[in-house]
Design a protein around this ligand. Structure first.
Ligand code: SF4
Length: 220
């Protein structure tokens, strides 16, 4: 399969467009802490919860417990109380404790740096495993696909996919690998601020000239 035409220009325009936007939480945590465990935990907390809620809650948790040992030793009720504002906080509390215990028992308290090992933890799906590989370990071999990274390539006409898994596979075929580690960041910021789910800001979009606007019925 051929690479997307003008991908280099599109990436350059997206970099320019997002330069003033708030970075996604995983990037912020990665840049500030360089800690795969914090990237993993904050990503689990972020599932079905906005970054604006998850980021302060992650920091509140890490101020109390920021290692597998400290989280394992934290009473479940206390953990639940700290992360209560995130959706599904009870399930997420259990998962974070289970993962912390497994890391201590099987990985000397370290987060494993392979995609398959990460996927073996209950509560860790493809998106989370890919995020930990890219933002926790700096891998250039993965593309995390969330709702924005699934929606936008379909609107642009790059892919015609029904699930994030299909999008991940398709993007790997049509985007040169040198852009893989950037594409999540760029599309998440573009999606949060410009190419929003309902009524995207096409009038402000720097990559409009390269977009087929598939399925866009209403825009600003
Ligand atoms: S032109 Fe509109 S639909 Fe296309 S990428 Fe830009 S904001 Fe999204």
């Amino acid at each position: 399969m051929a690479y997307i035409k003008n991908i280099g220009i599109i990436v350059k325009l997206l970099r320019k467009e997002v330069s003033s936007f708030q970075k996604p939480m995983s990037t912020e945590i990665s840049e500030k802490t360089h800690d795969p465990f914090k990237v993993l935990v904050s990503c689990i907390l972020s599932l079905r919860t906005r970054d604006t809620i998850t980021y302060p809650i992650s920091n509140r948790l890490f101020a109390v417990a920021d290692t597998p040992k400290k989280i394992k030793d934290l009473p479940l009720k206390k953990l639940q109380e700290i992360i209560r504002p995130v959706n599904y906080y009870k399930t997420k509390s259990r998962r974070i404790k289970e993962i912390s215990k497994a890391l201590l028992e099987n990985y000397h308290g370290n987060v494993p740096n392979t995609f398959d090992e990460l996927m073996s933890f209950k509560g860790v799906g493809r998106k989370t495993a890919n995020i930990v590989m890219v933002y926790g370990f700096g891998s250039r071999h993965h593309i995390p696909v969330d709702t924005h990274v699934h929606r936008i390539p379909n609107r642009l006409g790059w892919v015609k996919t029904k699930t994030p898994e299909q999008t991940e596979e398709a993007l790997k075929q049509i985007i040169p690998q040198k852009y893989w580690s950037d594409i999540n960041d760029l599309l998440v910021m573009h999606g949060q601020n410009i190419c929003q789910p309902i009524s995207p800001w096409c009038s402000k979009c720097l990559i409009k000239a390269y977009c087929k606007r598939i399925g866009v019925k209403k825009s600003r």
